[in-house]
Design a binder for this molecule. Structure first.
Ligand SMILES: Cc1cc2nc3c(=O)[nH]c(=O)nc-3n(C[C@H](O)[C@H](O)[C@H](O)COP(=O)(O)OP(=O)(O)OC[C@H]3O[C@@H](n4cnc5c(N)ncnc54)[C@H](O)[C@@H]3O)c2cc1C
Length: 460
């Protein structure tokens, strides 16, 4: 392992206002941990930035010593690219501030903020930005890959609300990227991941919502899966964009509103959020309650920020995780049958199949308007293989691969870089499709030596 000594790291420590954490420091192990428990990497040093001014010296130091640079926002990417063995981690965990200017409809956020930090700060002003569904996720990686969640049908992807970003390039140059300044870089950042530089600040244009929305879960027996999923598909095709319903096929967690004998059995979960007039929610969402004979339901008015945390307990950090995902423009009967077949043999109690519904605002943006390509996707399937014992690695990963292959004929192509595992490098070009060549051109301009390669890499 290429750990840096205190003497070797001294020039870096002198050049930054944040802390340089070396492997012998007590907090080092905590700082090198990422969400996915399968990733166990040992960097040479971690620079915990205190301000944007720490980034250029960190890049220069790493380049001078030939150290691989990784950039850590919230540490949630499944591939664990925020940490490189023997590299220098540019860590933003101490930079999480959010500044909201409600009059200007502006929310500026530092790159270490989690979605919980961000949601809470913008909600204090009655505002939202569409982000992901797990509040411990970092705003940084989520945004750079695209970003979607409960509000996406109505308000678009996270990148669709991005107004500008401050970026430090591989040469240490400070740039602002927006529609009017460095517009090519701004285009590339919106879906192109961490390929072009280190982002030190994001500015979003939030929309009014809250504090309450109507949201919750309806849980059906797995034996009714075909009927529930078919009716779900038919209903959501005409549902208003204020209503978002996602499907989760899994073993029932011990939710208090479910009878005890349902806990641990296979179920179909409909998770819904309604971001329109709360008085209308019950009527609009009523069909989701009669897709079959439900085991139970817990749907009601609640603070938006609470619903944003609803899935946190099921997605807590530390477990072993492996994902496979596909985009869909429609859910054919055969596509549903495949998901049901594989949900019938979940290899561990924590494995699950997510079907996210995105039809709406994202589909109205042109495929080449941002680097993010899959603007036609109406559904995203994410196969979450998740388990605790490494002895189950092959079984769980194999199940995810088999389901991925069996679903491929019904998928619409492309891929979401934020869901791609370490071994999916060959999918990067497919993820960007006709946007890939333009991304390569921009990469050649801003990072010709591929200094930033710990990501879903766009090769210059
Ligand atoms: C439990 C869970 C739930 C999720 N739910 C959703 C969801 O609902 N919707 C959705 O769209 N996605 C979701 N995701 C995927 C998520 O968007 C990605 O994992 C995302 O990359 C996480 O961002 P992060 O900052 O936490 O990750 P990190 O691992 O810290 O960063 C990921 C990569 O982004 C780049 N990066 C990070 N910060 C910067 C920066 N400041 N400058 C330049 N590059 C940077 C780096 O290449 C880094 O390797 C989920 C992930 C998890 C683990």
């Amino acid at each position: 392992m290429n750990a840096l000594s205190k003497e070797q790291a001294a020039p870096l420590a002198a050049a930054v206002s944040g802390r340089v954490v070396l492997p012998d420091a007590p907090e080092f192990d905590e700082l090198r941990k990422v969400w996915n428990g399968m990733v166990d990497r040992h960097p040479a040093a971690i620079v915990q930035c205190a301000s944007a001014d720490d980034v250029a010296p960190a890049i220069a130091f790493a380049r001078g010593r030939g150290l691989t640079i990784s950039v850590r926002g919230g540490g949630h990417h499944i591939a664990g690219n925020s940490i490189a063995d023997g590299g220098l981690v540019i860590d933003f965990s101490a930079m999480r501030a959010v500044r909201v200017d409600a009059a200007r409809r502006s929310a500026a956020v530092e790159p270490g903020a989690t979605l919980a930090d961000f949601d809470a700060a913008v909600q204090r002003h009655g505002l939202v930005v569409p982000v992901g569904i797990n509040s411990t996720t970092g705003i940084s990686g989520l945004t750079l890959g695209g970003g979607f969640g409960w509000l996406t049908r109505k308000y678009g992807l996270t990148i669709d609300a991005l107004r500008s970003a401050d970026v430090i390039t591989a040469d240490g140059e400070k740039l602002c990227a927006s529609a009017s300044e460095n517009a090519d870089l701004f285009w590339a950042l919106r879906g192109g991941g961490g390929n072009f530089g280190v982002v030190t600040r994001y500015e979003f244009e939030p929309s009014p919502l809250g504090p309450n929305i109507v949201a919750g879960l309806i849980v059906y027996p797995f034996a009714q899966a075909k009927q529930v999923l078919t009716r779900y598909r038919d209903f959501v095709a005409g549902a208003p964009e204020e209503l978002t319903a996602w499907i989760v096929l899994r073993h029932a967690p011990p939710l208090p509103f479910l009878p005890a004998d349902v806990h641990g059995t296979k179920v179909v979960v409909v998770a819904l959020a309604y971001c329109g007039d709360v008085s209308q929610a019950e009527v609009v969402a009523a069909p989701l309650h009669v897709l079959g004979a439900a085991h139970g339901a817990h749907v009601g008015e609640m603070p938006y920020v609470d619903w944003q945390k609803a899935f946190d307990p099921l997605l807590a950090p530390g477990a072993r995780n492996y994902w496979k995902s596909h985009n869909f423009t429609e859910l054919s009967d055969a596509a549903l049958d495949t998901k049901i077949e594989y949900a019938g043999r979940l290899p561990s109690p924590q494995c699950e199949i997510f079907i996210g519904h995105l039809a709406g605002a994202p589909n109205r943006v042109a495929r080449n308007a941002t680097a993010y390509l899959a603007r036609d996707a109406k559904f995203v399937m994410n196969v979450h293989a998740r388990w605790d014992d490494s002895a189950q690695d092959a079984e769980c990963i194999g199940w995810a691969h088999d389901l991925f292959r069996a679903s491929a004929p019904y998928a619409s192509g492309g891929a979401y870089v934020n869901f791609m595992t370490e071994d999916e490098g060959e999918r990067v070009a497919a993820a960007y499709g006709e946007n890939y060549e333009r991304l390569r051109e921009i990469k050649r301009r801003y990072d010709p030596q591929n200094v930033f390669h710990m990501n879903q890499n766009i090769k210059p």
